[in-house]
Ligand binder design. Structure first.
Ligand code: ADP
Length: 501
C-alpha cells in the first residue's frame, strides 16, 4: 500500500523504500488511531521518518494473527521446512545488509562499519544458526520399568511477545526471533520507539523468505501503550524482554497477571578486574573496548574498572592514552569514527547528568566530562568519552548504570577486596578479569556473581554461547542451545504398557 511507505535517501547516499506501517499477517496496515512515532537522526537532530504506532487494539490484531498461524501452519510444519525458511531469511538479510546497516547507523548513530560488519553479520548468523536447530529439537525416552514407556515432547510455548531495545535494533530482534520460531512458536515483536525503522525493512524480507502470514508480526509502538498491552495480553503465552531493569520489573509484574513464561535481559554495571600480573597492554585495550564501544550503550559494558593498587597510576595513564588515540568521536558514516552520538537527547542528557553527579560526589574527572560539539554544525547528541578516577563504592556513579561512554576506575588491594568490590552490586550480567595466572583466573571466574565472565577480554558475544544475567540483570538465557530452553515446554507422556499394577 503506497501510503504506508516513504522513499528515503540516507546520508551516505543509499536510496530505499521505508515501510511505515504495522506488519501483521504479512500485510502492512495502518495503526487504528493513526498515531505516529517520528524517528530522529541523533547525528544532526533532523527528522528521518514517521511510522505508525500500535495501540492496544492493534496488538489484539497482531496476537490474533499469531494465534491463527500457531494453530494453523506453523506449529505442525515439518521441522526441516521451518529451518529452511529461516535459512532463506538469513540469506536475504545478508543480501540486504548494506541497506539494513545504513538504516541502523542513520537511526541509532552507531558507526556504519560496526553496523555492517558486526551487527548485520550477527543478525544473519543468528538466524542461520537457529534455522539449523529447527530440526534438531527433540525430547527423550526415560526408562523407568518394562511396564511403562515414558517420553518427553519439546513443545513450542505458543504466541510469544518480544519487546526489544534500541541499542542493537536488528541484532536484538534476531536473538529473540531465531530461537522462538525455530521451536515452532509464533511472534509479535515490538521494536523500541527510538529506533523503529530497520525492523520494518527486515519485515519485508520475512515475507520474501516465504514465512506463512502471522508467524512473525512486527509492530512499532510506545512502551507504555503497545508494550504494556503485550505484557498483559491474555493471548500471549510468553514475554521476552531486553531493556532497563526498572522496565523489566514492570513487565514482570504485568506478565504475572496471566502467569506468562518470561525471559528478561536487563541492566548491568559490569566489573573489569585488572590484577598486577596482567598483560597491561591487553588490559588497557579491552578496557577501552569494554566501555567505549557502541557509545557505551551495551548492557554488558564493563563500566567499573577495578585495578590493583600497585599498577593503578600506570593503568590510568595508559588507559587515557588509549581513549585519546582510539575513541575518535564523529559522524558515524565516516570510516575513521569510533564513537557516534548517543541514541537520543534523553540518553545524552542522562549521561551529562551522571557527569554532574560524579563531580558533585567528589570523584576526579580524569578526562572528557562534557558534550562534544565538534561534529558538523555542532548539533547531535555527542558526549566526550569520560573517565572518573578516585571513585568510592558508595558513589552513585559506581553503583548505577549510566549507559554511555562513561567509566569509573577504582583501586583494590588484593583478590579478596577485588571480589568484594566486583560483587557489591545489585546487577550480575558481564564481568572481565585480567591476569596471566591461570589458576587465579579460573578461581576468580567462579566467584564473580555474573552470567558471563571474560578472561583477558571483554564483550565477547556469540550466538552459539548462552547469554544472560543473574541478580537484577535478568532471568533466563538467550542464545546457544540454552536459548531453545526458553521457547519450549517439556511435555511428559506416560504410556501404560499393560502390565502396570
Ligand atoms: P530505555 O529506558 O533504555 O529506553 P526501556 O527498558 O524503557 O529502555 O525500553 C526497552 C523496551 O521496552 C522498548 O521497546 C520500550 O518500548 C519497552 N517498554 C518501555 N516501557 C514499557 C512498559 N511499561 N511496558 C512494556 N514495554 C515497555
Amino acid at each position: 500500500m503506497s501510503s504506508l511507505t516513504v522513499e528515503l535517501t540516507a546520508p551516505n547516499g543509499v536510496k530505499y523504500t521505508q515501510p511505515t506501517g504495522l506488519f501483521i499477517n504479512n500485510e502492512w496496515v495502518a495503526s487504528s488511531k493513526g498515531n505516529k512515532i517520528t524517528s530522529i537522526n541523533p547525528t544532526d537532530e533532523s527528522e528521518i521518518a514517521s511510522v505508525h504506532a500500535a495501540e492496544p487494539e492493534d496488538v489484539d490484531k497482531a496476537v490474533e494473527a499469531a494465534r491463527a498461524a500457531f494453530k494453523g501452519p506453523w506449529r505442525d510444519m515439518a521441522t526441516t521446512e521451518r529451518g529452511d525458511l529461516m535459512i532463506n531469511l538469513a540469506g536475504l538479510i545478508d543480501q540486504n545488509k548494506e541497506v539494513l546497516a545504513t538504516i541502523e547507523t542513520w537511526d541509532n548513530g552507531k558507526p556504519y562499519s560496526v553496523a555492517l560488519n558486526e551487527d548485520l553479520a550477527e543478525v544473519a548468523g543468528c538466524m542461520k544458526y537457529y534455522g539449523g536447530w529447527a530440526d534438531k529439537i527433540h525430547g527423550q525416552v526415560i526408562d523407568t520399568s518394562p511396564a511403562k514407556l515414558a517420553y518427553t515432547i519439546r513443545e513450542p510455548i505458543g504466541v510469544c511477545g518480544q519487546i526489544i531495545p534500541w541499542n542493537y535494533p536488528l541484532a536484538m530482534a534476531a536473538w529473540k526471533l531465531g530461537p522462538a520460531i525455530a521451536c515452532g512458536n509464533t511472534v509479535v515483536l515490538k521494536s523500541a520507539e527510538q529506533t523503529p525503522l530497520s525492523i520494518l525493512v527486515f519485515a519485508n524480507l520475512v515475507k520474501e523468505a516465504g514465512f506463512p502470514p502471522g508467524v512473525i508480526n512486527i509492530i512499532n509502538g510506545h512502551g507504555r501503550v503497545a508494550g504494556a498491552a503485550m505484557a498483559q495480553h491474555p493471548g500471549i503465552d510468553k514475554i521476552a524482554f531486553t531493556g532497563s531493569t526498572s522496565t523489566g520489573r514492570e513487565i514482570m509484574k504485568m506478565a504475572s497477571l496471566t502467569m506468562k513464561n518470561i525471559t528478561l535481559e536487563t541492566g548491568g554495571k559490569s566489573p573489569l578486574l585488572v590484577f598486577d600480573d596482567a598483560d597491561l597492554d591487553q588490559a588497557v585495550k579491552w578496557s577501552h573496548v569494554g566501555i567505549m564501544s557502541n557509545m557505551g550503550q551495551i548492557c554488558t559494558a564493563t563500566s567499573r574498572i577495578l585495578v590493583q593498587e600497585s599498577i593503578y597510576d600506570k593503568f590510568i595513564e595508559a588507559f587515557k592514552k588509549q581513549v585519546t588515540e582510539t575513541s575518535k568521536v564523529g559522524d558515524p558514516f565516516k570510516d575513521e569514527t569510533f564513537q557516534g552520538p548517543q541514541v537520543t537527547k534523553a540518553q545524552y542528557e542522562r549521561v551529562l547528568g551522571y557527569i554532574d553527579t560524579g563531580k558533585s560526589e567528589g570523584a576526579t574527572l580524569a578526562m572528557g566530562g562534557e558534550a562534544y560539539k565538534n561534529v558538523g554544525e555542532g548539533k547531535g547528541f555527542f558526549v566526550s568519552p569520560t573517565v572518573f578516577t578516585n571513585v568510592k563504592d558508595s558513589m552513585r556513579i559506581f553503583r548505577e548504570e549510566v549507559f554511555g561512554p562513561f567509566v569509573v576506575v577504582v583501586s583494590f588491594k588484593d583478590e579478596e577486596e577485588a571480589l568484594a568490590l566486583a560483587n557489591d552490586t545489585t546487577y550480575g550480567l558481564g564481568s572481565a578479569l585480567f591476569t596471566k595466572d591461570i589458576v587465579k583466573a579460573h578461581r576468580v571466574a567462579r566467584k564473580i556473581e555474573a552470567g558471563m565472565v571474560w578472561i583477558n577480554s571483554s564483550q565477547d558475544s556469540d550466538y552459539r554461547i548462552p547469554f544472560g544475567g543473574v541478580k537484577q540483570s535478568g532471568i533466563g538465557r538467550e542464545l546457544g542451545e540454552a536459548g531453545l530452553e526458553a521457547y519450549t515446554n517439556k511435555k511428559a507422556v506416560h504410556v501404560n504398557l499393560g502390565t502396570w499394577l
